[in-house]
Design a protein around this ligand. Structure first.
Ligand SMILES: CSC[C@H]1O[C@H](OP(=O)(O)O)[C@H](O)[C@@H]1O
Length: 368
């Protein structure tokens, strides 16, 4: 039987007949492709909070379909009652996760439909809500493809690309953001060499990015988060492409934990870092990164080996060096028993050994 390909599944979809949200349960990947159907408010809230559906754009699409599904359950017989109910359900879904701006962006956009169509009967408002949610998803696909085209202009065939977390098709409706240039490039024979950071603690890189890239025939190598420096030091990385959850007006970008470490290392090795950002993820009302609310999650995600099944797709290439080398430019001082050596180390280490030799001589003379 043909092995299932994760790329053949919709990350998020609306079952229009049953008015159900249909998603891939990403907490089960890569070991199992499980499609789940959601209808109740708490189910949808939990799916977002537990990262069954995740990634800024995908969260936005799921919330848009989710609020439509919940609004369609309303038994309100006046606009005022319908709108009051709508606002409560919207605020509830919006409370699931704070950092990705697409959640509130999509819900606000759906609320605007209710406000704009207040003269229509509720049934017609619902039809408009469904169309708006479908347009949000259609836009997501167009936007990601456009990001792919622009991203492709920044790299060349055969380049090494490093990415962190999952800003792939599983974080969007199609193409992904950071992976969009990779997928378009694959279609056009670019044959990129991709390094996917595992991305502790929830392993979106190992479980999702490596999985979807491998499933698409992309040359992907899984590395631990602490290996990004080693592959950049070796010159294997020509560009870093990552996604985002919220870009502030000054360009500060909130993305998965560890992105700033990758960026600091890339800066050292003069590797360009590109944030692949749909404008729906850019928040011009937030002035700087310091103003972005950073979600904090349960300690167990760090302390427990919560992942009982496969942590990465079977057969994926892995680079697993046991050590790496820290470049001297990154070292403030080398602390020895004869003092602290400071850059330039060729000189200062020689001074240290001179002190050592003098010390040995003194001790030797003292004994004679
Ligand atoms: C297309 S950007 C997706 C963005 O969302 C991820 O976070 P999470 O897995 O917690 O939803 C990660 O930050 C990605 O870069």
């Amino acid at each position: 039987m043909q092995k299932e390909n994760i790329m053949d599944y919709d990350t998020v979809a609306l079952d229009e007949e049953k008015n159900e949200l249909v998603i891939i349960d990403q907490t089960k990947l890569p070991g199992k492709i499980e499609i789940i159907r959601l209808k109740e408010a708490k189910e949808i809230w939990d799916a977002i909070y537990l990262l069954k559906v995740r990634g800024a754009p995908a969260i936005g699409v799921a919330a848009a379909y989710g609020i439509y599904i919940l609004a369609a359950e309303s038994s309100a017989d006046t606009y005022e009652a319908f709108y009051e109910e709508f606002k409560k359900k919207k605020e509830y879904l919006n409370s699931s996760r704070p950092t990705a701006v697409n959640l509130s962006w999509a819900l606000n956009r759906m609320e605007q439909v209710v406000l704009d169509k207040k003269e229509l009967p509720v049934a017609e408002i619902l039809a408009c809500l469904k169309e708006e949610a479908k347009e949000i998803q259609a836009e997501d696909i167009r936007v990601c493809k456009a990001i792919g085209e622009y991203g492709l202009s920044l790299v060349k065939p055969g380049d090494g690309i490093l990415t962190h977390c999952n800003a792939g098709q599983l974080a969007t409706s199609k193409y992904g953001t950071a992976t969009a240039p990779i997928y378009l490039g694959e279609e056009r024979g670019y044959h990129f060499r991709v390094f996917a950071d595992e991305t502790r603690p929830l392993l979106q890189g190992a479980r999702l990015t490596a999985f979807e890239l491998q499933s698409s025939g992309v040359d992907v190598t899984l590395i631990c988060d602490n290996m990004s420096s080693s592959v950049m030091q070796k010159g294997w990385v020509n560009a870093v492409f990552v996604g985002c959850d919220r870009v502030a007006a000054n360009g500060d970008t909130a993305n998965k934990i560890g992105t700033s470490v990758v960026a600091a290392v890339a800066d050292h090795y003069k590797v360009p870092v590109y944030i692949c950002a749909p404008t729906s993820t850019i928040d011009m009302d937030t002035k700087t990164g310091a103003d972005i609310k950073i979600e904090e999650r349960p300690a167990e995600e760090v302390t427990e080996m919560w992942y009982k099944e496969r942590m990465a797709p079977e057969g994926v290439k892995v680079y697993n060096p046991a050590f790496d080398v820290t470049d001297h430019e990154l070292i403030a001082g080398i602390v020895t028993e004869y003092g602290v050596a400071r850059a330039p180390y060729e000189t200062s280490l020689k001074e240290i050994f001179k002190k050592k030799e003098e010390d040995i001589r003194r001790k030797k003379n003292g004994r004679q």
